[in-house]
Each structure stands twice: as C-alpha cells, then as structure tokens.
Design a protein around this ligand. Structure first.
Ligand code: SAM
Length: 250
C-alpha cells in the first residue's frame, strides 16, 4: 500500500476534506470515492464504527491508516475530536448539473441566494440530505464545498447535488421564494418539482431572484420579529413540503 502521507498529498489539492468520524461515515454511506483516510488511533476509530456505524466498519478497516500525532496535525489544521480525517473525490460539476436537471423531479431543489455564513450553508445541506432534496444550489461567491461547509454538513454533500450557479442558470421548475413579506406558506402545497429560494443572511433575496420568482411565501412569524435564521427557514419550508406527502419514508 502507498504511504498514506504521499497519497494524502497526491489528492489534497483537488479533494474534499472529511474532518471527523461522522463526515467520513456519511460520505462512505452515500457513495463518495475516498482514496485515503488517516487517524492517530485505528483501534479507537474502529471501535466507534462498531458502536455507531457497523455498516461502514468493514470499509474503514481496509481504508484507515494510522499516522503519528505530528503527521496528523500537519495534514488537518483543526483536528476533530474523533481524530479521523479523510479525503474524498469531489463530484464533477457535470454530474451535479445532470442530477439537478433530471426530470420528472421527486423532491425540490433548494437555492441559497448569495449565502454568507459557511455554517448555515452546511446546515442547509444536512437538511437537504435528510429530506431527500434533489440538490442545493448557491448563487454568489461562497464555495458550497468549502471545508467549513462540508464540516457543517457532516459529510452529507454526497447525499445530494451541491453546486454553485448563476441566477439565470437555476434548474427548471416553479420558483417559490421565501420572504417575510410573501403570502402565508400554509395556504400553498409545494410541488415535488419546486425550486425553493432563500435570501442572504445580510440582505435577503436579491432583486434578480425576486424578479424570477413565481410566488413569494412567508413563514408564520409574530409581528416585531424581523426574520428567522436562514437554515431554520429552510427546515420549516422542507417540513411544510414533506407534511403534504413529498418526503421519503423514514
Ligand atoms: C436571515 S433572513 C434575511 C434577513 C435579511 N436581513 C432581510 O432583509 O431579509 C434569511 C432568509 O431566510 C428566509 N426567511 C427568514 N424569515 C422568514 C420568514 N418569516 N418567512 C419567509 N422567509 C423567511 C428568507 O428567505 C430570508 O431572505
């Protein structure tokens, strides 16, 4: 077997960092190609797998290489408490675009219009994975595959299609934009092919996205409260879609 440190350096420039046990577990479960995984304590990580994720224990046994503490911190700048990290091959833009364009669609696409907070974006990808959404599209400059987003998403980028696009490249489908000034969402059944758009944490929906939206919908909120957090707004909207029958069986 190639030295894991050489292998790590070979992939580090292009691959996605999976920092921590849960990120690695999810990536493996959802079919990520993981060429290298390292830990400072193989026995402890395999015991954790035995306890929490026996479905991936076998593959981890084959994959995991033990390295020194010193080598580990040289690879992973902010080591996760579970002491395991891996690199996964990032799905190609073409593959993501194909998933986002496939019709008929059985679950919505989420659009984050110029999100600013990496943690929020990760939390939304985790929600998309949980509800079986078709994908998460971001507009603007934030990289939805940034290591902090992948960490916030617990490695669940591999369970959906995550891509950055311009507003005029959004997937087809009825576009509903979420905004506190819209109509009450409770009066609307969201279709499975919906494209659900959410505004930036700082400035809300851009004029460009607003102009394209067929409908503006609001989540119930008491007067005097200005807005909800972005990820919690996505959670409520996906729950509303699921409550009318769309979500996968749990
Ligand atoms: C933190 S909020 C944006 C606040 C921003 N300062 C503004 O002016 O709109 C982020 C996004 O969450 C969604 N959101 C928050 N509260 C909402 C509500 N009550 N109804 C519908 N969408 C909401 C919207 O898409 C909003 O653009």
């Amino acid at each position: 077997m190639t030295d894991p440190l050489i292998r790590w350096r070979e992939y580090a420039g292009t691959a996605v960092l999976l920092d921590g046990f849960h990120a690695l577990k999810h990536a493996l479960r959802f079919g990520a190609a993981v060429p290298v995984a390292v830990t400072t304590d193989r026995r402890a990580v395999l015991a954790l797998a035995e306890e929490l994720a026996s479905d991936v224990r076998g593959v981890l046994d084959t994959l995991l290489a033990e390295v020194s503490e010193e080598a580990y911190v040289s690879l992973v700048p902010r080591p996760h408490p579970t002491g395991v990290a891996a690199l996964a091959v990032r799905p190609s833009r073409e593959a993501n675009l194909r998933s986002l364009a496939r019709t008929p669609r059985t679950a919505p696409v989420l659009v984050l219009d110029n999100p600013r907070n990496l943690g929020n974006t990760g939390a939304v990808i985790r929600l998309a994975a949980g509800f079986g959404a078709t994908g998460v599209v971001t507009t603007g400059t934030l990289d939805p595959w940034h290591p902090t987003v992948v960490r916030g998403g617990a490695g669940l980028h591999f369970a959906t299609a995550v891509e950055r696009l311009a507003v005029d490249e959004l997937p087809v489908g009825p576009l509903f934009a979420l905004d506190p000034e819209g109509e009450d969402i409770r009066g609307t059944k969201l279709p499975d092919n919906a494209v659900l758009a959410f505004g930036s944490e700082r400035s809300g929906l851009s004029a460009e996205l607003r102009a394209r939206a067929g409908r503006l919908l609001r989540l119930p909120m008491r007067p005097q409260v200005s807005s909800y957090n972005l990820a919690t707004s996505v959670a409520m909207t996906l729950y509303h879609w699921s409550a009318s029958g769309g979500a996968p069986a749990s």
